[in-house]
Design a protein around this ligand. Structure first.
Ligand code: ADP
Length: 376
């Protein structure tokens, strides 16, 4: 037989069970009657708002929240009281952490066709929202960068075609007329006049070389993915073969460690090594050029070093030498256009790496670059 005492016990036990279950959930849970007065809340709710379970009983929702927040909630409360389940997001003040975004669900409790109260479920989603916002921001920046890269690629293409057609045409005309001048009127020109003509021709030749090297640079495309496995020993071998005449003319020695296989574009890598070796020979001192190629493991792949015993580079020019047409010497002293190292840097960056150098006037220079490992 159920006595008032045992009934009380059963009710208490079921209340304890409810607390036990709801307190173990990370969601903020409360029950509110149809007069918008709190009847119950779980531990998470109490922790978040800083009100005790006892204190909250009988408190009106309008007293729990500031006026602004309550005004936002009001239409949702009205809907739930009409028997409709509602979901919304709202910013509420955490007792310690200040404003936080909450996903809120109000579930009606309907008994005998009447809404007698409703359950409030709150979930703090600020961290998720912040992570999403960060992710969105990152995606926006990436899209903008890609767009910019696309524009600059397009500009570069246009620039390359301007170089190849529009610039070369007047250059050819200057050369053509100077040739004609020399041919038809050369005998009537005095020595100074002929020297001027030769200088014009020298200038046009140099300009032609610069335009061609600029075109070469602009066409150095970064393939989307480097699927090719490249044996760096073969790359060095090929570069040395291409530089054969310069190596023997300068009696240069090139010592090379065992080199790894990497992921990349073989033609571009031959060009990289060839430019670096070419410079190591060209910018020599009186002594024989002694060059060494070393490699060691790096967290991002492999760190290569091409070291020479040449004239070195003053520290104030450390970056200038990588500029397009950035040269430290006259073409008469050391021939060249000043594009070799810009090409090298672009190749290394195309491979996702970095190129830099360490140099001093006594010991020569070492050019370092990082290249990615081959895929397993
Ligand atoms: P170029 O050799 O045609 O001038 P680069 O872009 O290859 O063009 O080099 C730019 C400048 O960097 C060179 O003019 C030279 O002054 C300097 N440089 C490059 N490599 C070396 C080196 N190994 N030793 C000393 N100076 C160098």
């Amino acid at each position: 037989m159920i006595t008032p005492n045992s009934l009380e016990k059963i009710v208490q036990e079921s209340r304890d069970r409810l607390h036990l279950i709801t307190d173990s959930l990370p969601v903020l849970i409360a029950y509110v009657d149809n007069k918008q007065r709190y009847v119950f809340c779980n531990a998470a709710y109490h922790d978040w708002f800083g009100v005790s379970v006892k204190e909250i009983q009988g408190v009106r929702m309008s007293e729990m929240f500031d006026e602004h927040s309550y005004r936002i909630m009001q239409p949702y409360i009205e809907s739930v009281l009409e028997g409709e389940r509602v979901d919304f997001e709202i910013q509420l003040d955490h007792r310690k952490d200040g404003p936080r975004i909450n996903h809120t669900t109000l579930i009606p409790h309907i008994s005998e066709n009447e809404t007698v109260g409703f359950c409030v479920l709150l979930m703090d989603i600020t961290d998720t929202r912040t992570a999403e916002a960060l992710e969105e921001e990152r995606a926006r920046i990436l899209a903008r960068t890609l767009e910019k890269a696309e524009i600059s690629n397009r500009e570069l293409d246009q620039f390359a075609s301007v170089c190849s057609h529009d610039l070369q045409q007047p250059l050819r005309a200057v050369k053509g007329f100077t040739d004609l001048l020399m041919k038809n009127y050369g005998s009537t020109l005095n020595e100074k006049g002929r020297m001027y003509c030769e200088q014009i021709l020298d200038g046009t030749k140099r300009m032609q070389t610069m335009i061609n090297s600029l075109l070469d640079y602009a066409r150095l495309e970064a393939p989307d993915t480097f699927r090719e496995t490249v044996n760096m020993e073969n790359v060095v071998k090929q570069a040395i073969e291409n530089l054969g005449p310069a190596i023997s003319a300068n009696k240069a020695t090139i010592a090379c460690q065992a080199l790894p296989e990497i992921e990349g574009d073989e033609m571009q890598l031959i060009r990289l090594i060839q430019n670096l070796l070419d410079n190591a020979i060209k910018y020599r001192r009186d002594a024989r050029p002694e060059i060494s190629i070393n490699v060691k493991r790096h967290e991002k792949g492999w760190l290569f070093g091409v070291r020479d015993n040449g004239i070195g580079i003053a520290s104030e020019y450390a970056e200038r030498i990588f500029d397009i047409f950035g040269r430290l010497h006259s073409a008469r002293k050391y021939p060249g256009t000043g594009i070799g190292l810009s090409v090298c840097r672009k190749i290394v960056e195309n491979h996702g790496g970095r190129l830099w150098h360490e140099s001093n006037r006594e010991d020569g220079s070492t050019f370092y670059f990082i290249l990615p490992d081959k895929h397993p």
